[in-house]
Structure formats: C-alpha cells, structure tokens
Design a protein around this ligand. Structure first.
Ligand SMILES: [Zn+2]
Length: 322
C-alpha cells in the first residue's frame, strides 16, 4: 500500500469509536519503532513531521525513511502529515514533496485570518490529493517553535466551529480542551497532589468537546499535546542523572474516553522522547565503556516500539483496524 490520506482512516475511526495515533518522527529509529509496532498490531498510523523535524533531519531524508517504512509494512495504512504548518508556503512545500496531509495552524491569528489562511491551504491541498487539519483555540506548552505560556491558553469555542469548518473546507479540526504540549503540561498551581505527592492535572473539558461534536456531527476532531508523561520514565530519567522534576501529562483513561467520541487523531510525541531518553540514560549509566551508537539506539528503538504498542492497544484502540 502506498502512503494514504487520513480520510478513510478517520471515517472508520469515527464510526468504530477509536482514534489513530499521530506520532512525531525525527530519525530512523523513531520511524522504525513506530511502524514496527503498528505493523505487528495491524493498526493504521500517522507519521507526522514538524517544522523542527524538517530542519533537523531534512525533508528528503524523512520522506525516504517513511517510504521505507511503507515498503516494510505493506499491510497497514500509513499517512505522512505536517504537524503545525505555520504558512501556506510550508504546507505547499510538504504537499509538493509527498506528504498526504498537512496541518495549517493559524490558531494564534484572529478568527477571520485563521479562516483565510486555512482556506488557501485547503484549496491547494485538495487540488493535489492531500487533506488539511486546522485548529481553533490555543494549547499551552512548548512544541518546537510553538510556545504558549501556561495561563495564556484558550479553549475552543463550540459556537465557532461550524462556521469555521464550513467556510474553510478543512478535513479535520484540532481543538483545545485542556491538553497541552510538552512534558510539563501544567504548573503545580494548576494541579492537586495525590497521597504519594504526585501531581494530578485538571481534567479535560469534555463539555467543550461535546459542544463541538453537537455542532459538527460526524466530523473528525484532533487532540494535540496528548502525551501522558508516564511517571516510571520520569523516575528512570531522574535516577540516571536527569532533571525533570514535576513533569506531568494527560491521564490515559481520559484520552481513551475522548477516542471513543469524535476524536479521531491523538498526537503523541513527548512520551516517545521520554522513553528513548530514559532507556539511553540508564544504558549509559550501566555501560560506561560502550561507545557504539547501535548499542544504545537499539534499546531506544525498542522503547519507542513498546510505547507505541501500549498506546495503540490501551489508549487509541486502533489495533486490528488496518
Ligand atoms: Zn501540536
């Protein structure tokens, strides 16, 4: 199977009450770890590339790595998506260069400007066989060049979504319901602490999600910033020379609930970064004499695979849905 768009994936996911994982890719080991897990679990998957990933690894290298993954996993649908495109030119360049899906993130702009830019990208994408994710509302947190201070985020306004989708023609919509980018999704002030002293984040705003679903029945919704920051990996990092105090994410059971509703795409990046970093830090501690990159990248790649397999099975519910 060649690279596909997300249209068919989202339709099946919507009707089937599950979501497709969108995992960020930056190098070969990450591409391999994600697609090996998806292949073994017979799950559709979205590989997404940020502007930062493109700057790091180069567009051509990333596209060729993804094409290799498609060749190695011919039985599952794989989409190649631009994460947080910030201009028409960037989106056009990715579509021209083989991506099947792009996000235009004009969510920081006023409503009318967001509509105008999104519409321009949609017209180009649809004329070239690609699909478009847009965004309304603003997430807090840090993702590559997107930085929004905690407290400066704004939830999506359900009363705006119908007009936005009608006027832009976008294929899916990312909304803000309390997820956040990065490994420090909430400040301690925003959280409570459980009996073990671990931070408990504020719950996702399912009322906002349901408000959006009421206005857009059948339309695929996207959640960004949906890593859960597993505490076992934070602990492993901190026990092996790292310093990540109070890193915190979105509880997986809440994401599972969202996946059963209209949420068809859930973005996960930080959890892969954490798993790789934890395993590599531990490896370096335990093997101070090793210096062959294959020695530590092999368990790091396995950690990516295990993390993605866990997400597909226990959070997204997309196993067996290829
Ligand atoms: Zn994002």
């Amino acid at each position: 199977m060649a690279l596909v768009t997300t249209t068919e994936m989202f339709k099946k996911a919507y009707d089937g009450g599950y979501a497709i994982g969108a995992f960020n890719v930056n190098n070969m080991e990450i591409v391999q770890g994600i697609t090996e897990a998806a292949g073994e679990l017979n799950s559709p998957v979205i590989l997404q590339v940020s502007k930062g990933a493109r700057a790091y690894a180069n567009h051509t290298y990333l596209v060729k790595l993804v094409e290799a993954a498609v060749a190695e996993n011919p039985d599952i649908p794989i989409a190649l998506h631009l994460d947080h495109g910030d201009s028409f030119e960037l989106c056009k360049s990715c579509i021209d260069g083989g991506f099947t899906s792009v996000m235009i993130d004009a969510s920081s702009k006023p409503f009318e400007e967001n509509i105008a830019l999104t519409k321009q990208v949609v017209e180009y994408a649809h004329a070239h066989g690609a699909v478009v994710e847009a965004e309304l509302g603003t997430l807090a947190g840090v993702e590559d060049e997107v930085v929004v201070e905690a407290g400066k985020e704004s939830y999506t306004r359900p009363e705006e979504v119908e007009e936005f989708v009608d006027r832009t023609g976008c294929d899916s919509l990312a909304i803000a319901i309390g997820t956040s980018h990065g490994a420090y999704k909430f400040t301690a002030d925003q959280c409570t602490r459980n009996e073990k002293g671990i931070l408990v984040p504020p719950p996702l705003r399912f009322d906002v999600l349901k408000g959006c679903i009421d206005k857009l029945p059948g339309f695929p919704i996207v959640l960004h910033g949906s890593s859960s920051v597993p505490q076992e990996f934070v602990k492993m990092i901190n026990e092996n020379g790292g310093q990540m105090p109070d890193a915190i994410g979105i509880p997986e059971d809440q994401l599972r609930e969202a996946a059963k509703l209209a949420v068809c795409k859930i973005n996960i990046d930080s959890d892969i970064r954490l798993a790789m970093t934890a395993v590599m830090r531990q490896y370096f501690n335990e093997h101070p004499d090793h210096f062959d990159p294959r020695q530590y990248l092999k368990p790091a790649r396995q950690a990516v695979k295990d993390m993605v397999a866990h997400k597909i099975t226990n959070v997204l519910g997309s196993n067996g849905k290829a």
